[in-house]
Each structure stands twice: as structure tokens, then as C-alpha cells.
Design a protein around this ligand. Structure first.
Ligand code: SF4
Ligand code: SF4
Length: 340
């Protein structure tokens, strides 16, 4: 499989990166089969996180002695907490060093300030890098302005950004992508294949579309051997879009443009306490993470707050895509409840 260089780090990343969320719902034997198939297909980069259940441990069992690139991340803004999580990652992954370790899901200016401030997560990761426990430092998140600020404020310290990117989430092309390309920051596209709700043909067209841009890799969550075998060839094939690819990308846009939540969080807070994006993308979250990881009853109770929506319209004004959120919430809740 072709590789691309992760910005100025010099690290080689396979164009298709194995996203480690779906394996958390599998037993160890099934997860091992999927991971081994990825290796057989030439995938050499793997992404996981402290927050993905036992995904790190499963990867550790299969990949510990393999020459591949591992990325992980932890949702901590404080330095001591981040170092504690890093040690757990190293133990689970059975490695002395993680290639890329990221500040996970940094969602606001406040959180970013904590990460970059004295005693924050970034300071701790820089120390871990000096100690040889991390090769490169990254950040991940759904809120594009926060990611842009992070790259602007952190100087050379942040070396990769994991961001939402697919034919429906193209806003990063305005600022984030060119800025990272200019500064030599690696770009890892998450939800490149639409987070588990698109058809196999849509997954392929979307992934190909992502890779036709100046990003480092497309991060795809795989749950079956067949999915790995279907998508991996893209990392070897010509990426020029065919007429059929263009038709599928356009059809995705026509179908989802006015209903697809980009998880940016701009609509929050809701005066009625509705967890807006957690409900709108709930179907995908349940399918990818599973009920156990989401906290089962608590998650259901949380998304059922959507019934308290009084259609005040505040969230529509805030949503950059003007989604008709009050109309979408009941349908989204129905889809979640059908999976319960
Ligand atoms: S329309 Fe509903 S979901 Fe949106 S802000 Fe108002 S109460 Fe909250
Ligand atoms: S509903 Fe709109 S504003 Fe809210 S998270 Fe989704 S895309 Fe962003």
C-alpha cells in the first residue's frame, strides 16, 4: 500500500489507516482476524484511543511485534492526567513508544487553553517526547475553529491533526487543510467513510474523494474482514475519480446535505438540555461504539431529553449548516430506540 509522510515528522503512514473503534465490540478472536487481514492488505498504520474500550489491548496483542505505526490518544487536558493515560496506553499496546499520541476531542477554546497552558497536556506530551515515549504529538477534535487555533498557538509542538473530512464535511478545506499543509502538520481524516451508515459503494467513493486531497491518510473504522478487503485496494489503485465516483459523491450530498450533523457543537447549549449532536448522530454511535461503551441506560435517558425540545429555534440559528434540528431530533431518536 502507498504511504504518505505525516507532515514534518517524516513518519510514513499508509493511505488507509485502520480506525480502532469498531473492534471494541468484537471478541479478541474476531478483532485479531480483522487486524491480521489489515496487515495482509498492507495497512501499516493503526489508530486507537484510551476511550475506545479494549481497542488498545486488542491492537497490542496483534501488533506488538509488528513494524507498524500506532496512533493513540487520551481525553485529558491536564498534564498529570495525560501522562497517566499515556502509561496505560503503552502497557495496553505493549510498546515503549507510541508513534503519535494526541489530545483527544479538544472541543472548545477553554479546553484548548487548559491543554496548552502551564501544567497542561501539551507540556506533558513534550516531556514524554523528550523521554522517548512518544514520537509525535497530535490533536483531534470535531470543532474546526479550535483545531485551527491549536495549530496557530502551539507553534511546532503539534505535528498532526485528526479532523472530520468527507464529501459532506469539506469546510476544513477553507483554512485548516491549507494551513497544516503550509506548516508541515500531518492531516488524518476521520469519518472519511461516513461513520458506519453509508453503503459499501458510498464508503469507497467517499474514501477515494478524501485521498484525492492533500491529506496524509483516511482513517477508516473496520469491523469485518470483508470491509478491510473492500477498502484497502484504494491504497494501491489510481485515485482519479471516475464518473461513477462523482455520481455517488453528488448523490451523498443530495441525500444528506440538509440532514447530516457535522458534530461541530456550535448549536450548544440547548436551553432545554437536549444533547443535540449526541442524538443526531446517535445511530452511528450506537452502531460503532455499542451500548455498553455508551453507558446503556444513561445514554438512552440522555438522548430522550430530545423530547423536551420546545422548537425554540435557537439551535437552527447557531448551526452553520442551518439544519432543521427540531425536525430531525424525533427521527434520530426513533432510529436510536429501534436499536435498543
Ligand atoms: S429548538 Fe429544541 S433543541 Fe434546539 S435549542 Fe430549542 S429546545 Fe433546544
Ligand atoms: S446540529 Fe449543526 S451545529 Fe449542531 S453539531 Fe450538528 S452540524 Fe454542528
Amino acid at each position: 500500500m502507498r504511504t504518505r509522510t505525516l507532515g514534518r515528522t517524516g513518519l510514513a503512514v499508509s493511505e488507509i489507516t485502520f480506525g480502532g473503534i469498531p473492534i471494541l465490540q468484537q471478541d479478541f478472536a474476531d478483532a485479531e482476524r480483522v487486524l491480521r487481514t489489515a496487515l495482509d492488505e498492507g495497512i501499516t498504520s493503526f489508530d486507537t484511543a484510551r476511550g475506545y474500550g479494549d481497542s488498545e489491548e486488542k491492537m497490542g496483542r496483534v501488533l506488538a511485534d509488528r513494524d507498524c505505526l500506532i496512533m493513540s490518544k487520551a481525553h485529558r487536558t491536564d498534564g498529570a492526567g495525560m501522562l497517566g493515560e499515556l502509561e496505560k496506553s503503552l502497557a495496553s499496546l505493549r510498546r515503549d513508544c507510541v508513534d503519535v499520541y494526541a489530545m483527544h476531542q479538544v472541543a472548545s477554546a477553554d479546553q484548548l487553553g487548559q491543554c496548552l497552558g502551564p501544567g497542561g497536556a501539551l507540556e506533558a506530551l513534550l516531556k514524554a517526547k523528550r523521554d522517548g515515549k512518544v514520537r509525535a504529538i497530535g490533536i483531534t477534535g470535531h470543532h474546526r475553529p479550535t483545531l485551527v487555533s491549536a495549530v496557530e498557538q502551539a507553534g511546532d509542538a503539534i505535528e498532526s491533526v485528526m479532523f472530520l473530512f468527507n464529501p459532506l464535511e469539506t469546510d476544513a478545506l477553507d483554512r485548516l487543510v491549507p494551513m497544516c499543509v503550509d506548516r508541515g502538520v500531518g492531516l488524518i481524516a476521520m469519518k472519511a467513510a461516513g461513520a458506519g451508515i453509508w453503503t459499501p459503494k458510498e464508503v469507497l467513493a467517499s474514501t477515494k474523494w478524501c485521498l484525492s486531497h492533500p491529506i496524509t491518510c483516511a482513517n477508516i473504522g473496520f469491523s469485518t474482514v470483508e470491509e478491510v478487503q473492500a477498502v484497502s485496494p484504494l491504497g494501491r489503485e489510481d485515485l482519479s475519480p471516475t464518473t461513477e465516483d462523482e455520481r455517488i459523491v453528488q448523490s451523498l450530498r443530495d441525500q444528506y446535505e440538509l440532514t447530516y450533523c457535522r458534530r461541530c457543537g456550535e448549536c450548544a447549549p440547548c436551553p432545554k438540555g437536549v444533547n443535540i449532536w449526541g442524538t443526531l448522530v446517535g445511530e452511528s454511535m450506537v452502531k460503532r461504539l455499542g451500548w455498553k461503551q455508551l453507558g446503556e441506560r444513561n445514554y438512552l435517558d440522555n438522548v430522550r431529553k430530545a423530547r423536551d425540545c420546545d422548537e425554540c429555534g435557537l439551535c437552527i440559528e447557531r448551526c452553520p449548516w442551518s439544519l432543521n434540528i427540531p425536525a430531525l431530533l424525533p427521527e434520530a431518536l426513533d432510529r436510536i430506540e429501534r436499536l435498543a
